[in-house]
Design a protein around this ligand. Structure first.
Ligand code: IMP
Length: 183
């Protein structure tokens, strides 16, 4: 029988990306969305650690994650404000801010927090560039404007499996999976 792992997220896309890597290894991913406060701090890890602290008395074994897009020429903006910025100015707003900017380097970061009596953190990063225009309708969020190094396509032009080969979340999930296999 496959071992169940609970992923705390309201985001179907994140869930699909995790399922794509975790399920083939004999685990069964379950999505739960009990809700937790996403505190506003300067680090993704703090958000995750706070979320774990908030939920750990209600659930035995689970993981959650927080991600952000850090754009070099914008002083790492939107970073920890990625969610707020996406819902306010969106991809078009980011492209407008960068209209005359030549340095388009950016990095996506994910922090995964796993709890099974104690908290364990896994991180993943993906370096790349901000495109000049939105491209593709796969994925979510900033996917249509982010081109990972090693590809010519935006994440928005990739299916789940291909995005996972490059992405911040794919990398964090892979190191989490290594840990699960040894556990
Ligand atoms: P959160 O991790 O859900 O708080 O994400 C913060 C913001 O970044 C949201 O607006 C997400 O849509 C966006 N985001 C997070 N991960 C990704 C990703 O893998 N691709 C594109 N946008 C993302």
């Amino acid at each position: 029988m496959s071992k169940e792992i609970v992923f705390i997220t309201s985001n179907e896309n994140k869930f699909r990306e995790a399922e794509n890597l975790i399920n083939p290894l004999g685990f069964k991913l379950i999505q739960k969305n009990p809700g937790y406060p996403e505190i506003q701090t300067s680090s993704l890890e703090e958000v995750v650690r706070y979320g774990i602290k908030y939920l750990k008395d209600r659930l035995d074994i689970f993981f959650m994650e927080d991600s952000g897009l850090f754009i070099k020429s914008l002083n790492n903006f939107p970073g920890v404000y990625s969610k707020y910025v996406f819902t306010t100015i969106g991809n078009e707003g980011i492209l407008k801010l960068m209209e005359k900017t030549e340095n388009r380097n950016a990095v996506f970061r994910t922090v995964i927090g796993f709890y099974d009596g104690k908290a364990k953190i896994f991180k993943g990063e993906c370096e790349g560039k901000i495109a000049n225009e939105t491209k593709g309708d796969h994925g979510f969020g900033y996917d249509p404007i982010f081109i990972p190094y090693g590809s010519e396509k935006t994440f928005g032009e990739m299916k789940t499996e291909e995005k996972n080969q490059y992405s911040h979340r794919g990398k964090a999930l892979k190191s989490f999976i290594q840990y699960l296999k040894q556990r």
